[in-house]
Design a protein around this ligand. Structure first.
Ligand SMILES: Cc1cc2nc3c(=O)[nH]c(=O)nc-3n(C[C@H](O)[C@H](O)[C@H](O)COP(=O)(O)O)c2cc1C
Length: 276
């Protein structure tokens, strides 16, 4: 499957005013204008019926601070308990839909269902984004969303991760950087031109980020409030977290059926993969 993905928390409200929240990893941006997002939900979910009936939901981004809550609301059902209360989440008022957002989320997208695609195990709810509620604490001085401070979380193969090292910004592969005199001399002398390579490390300041052309663009180049990546995990830390079966893997060749089976067993032992 495609990983990593954002493990968002989807909120909805039934006709009696009861709010519910569930986690969804099968969610994404699917259109820039009008802004549309999708979330694929199994028919068995309590939230599925509510969203189907009311035609409304809110997508709330998950951060390091709310990762525990995101996991919790992804393994318990609103049929049995008030998950807002159980996960210590607070409700925020929405502008254009009846259901609440999550106060602790830095970004909440208020959505109205435009279409439902019956795909099989999951129904895909395509939602038009009616408003984007951003916690002003995470906007930088230029009004751009500051990922560094929001601490967004990615979900990959059953694991929750903070975002890693910044590799570049939109279009960096084709962008020319101004040459310094030293780099120019090195080039003439046949040396490597460091100025053509993207900066590899070091935490960006807000000023530098603002100066980067292309920052704050969506994948298709449209303007969006998000900016750049967060650096936390380093390679050593990643290696020490690697499951054993991955460390065992030989460098060459594709995986054999045995290895796939071993991975499946190991994932089963860890209880991964049953929830979505
Ligand atoms: C990380 C994570 C991602 C999940 N992604 C989805 C998803 O994309 N679609 C889905 O139907 N269920 C997904 N689930 C499972 C639901 O969140 C879970 O079944 C939840 O209990 C449903 O709540 P509800 O019955 O109150 O609606 C996910 C769970 C976790 C922990």
């Amino acid at each position: 499957m495609l990983y990593p993905v954002p493990p968002v928390m989807v909120t909805c409200r039934d006709e009696n005013g009861n709010d519910n929240v569930m986690t969804a990893a099968w969610a994404g941006t699917i259109c820039s204008d009008p802004v549309m997002v999708s979330v694929s939900i199994r028919k068995e979910r309590y939230s599925h019926d509510i969203i189907e009936r009311t035609g409304e939901f809110v997508i709330n981004l998950t951060t390091e601070q709310t990762a525990w809550a995101a996991d919790y609301v992804g393994v318990r059902s609103g049929r049995d308990e008030d998950k807002f209360q159980a996960a210590h989440l607070h409700k925020s008022l929405s502008q254009n839909v009846k259901c609440s957002g999550i106060e602790e989320s830095p970004v909440s997208l208020e959505c109205r269902v435009e279409q439902v695609l019956r795909l099989g195990t999951h129904d895909m709810f395509i939602g038009r984004v009616l408003s984007t509620d951003v916690d002003p604490r995470y906007l930088d001085e230029n009004g751009k969303f500051d990922l560094d401070r929001a601490g967004l979380v990615a979900y990959s193969h059953g694991e929750y991760w903070t975002l890693g090292r910044l590799l570049g910004t939109f279009g960096y592969s084709v962008r020319k950087r101004p040459q310094s005199k030293t780099a120019h001399r090195a080039k003439i002398a046949g040396g490597a031109d460091a100025s053509d390579r993207p900066a590899a490390s070091g935490k960006r300041t807000a000023d530098k980020r603002a100066a980067v052309p292309g920052a704050g663009k969506m994948a298709d180049g449209a303007a969006c409030p998000t900016t750049t990546g967060r650096r936390t995990a380093n390679k050593a830390a990643f290696r020490s977290h690697k499951p054993e079966h991955k460390q065992d893997r030989k460098d060459s060749g594709r995986r054999t059926v045995d290895k796939a089976a071993r991975k499946k067993r190991s994932r089963k032992e860890k209880g991964y993969g049953k929830h979505i």
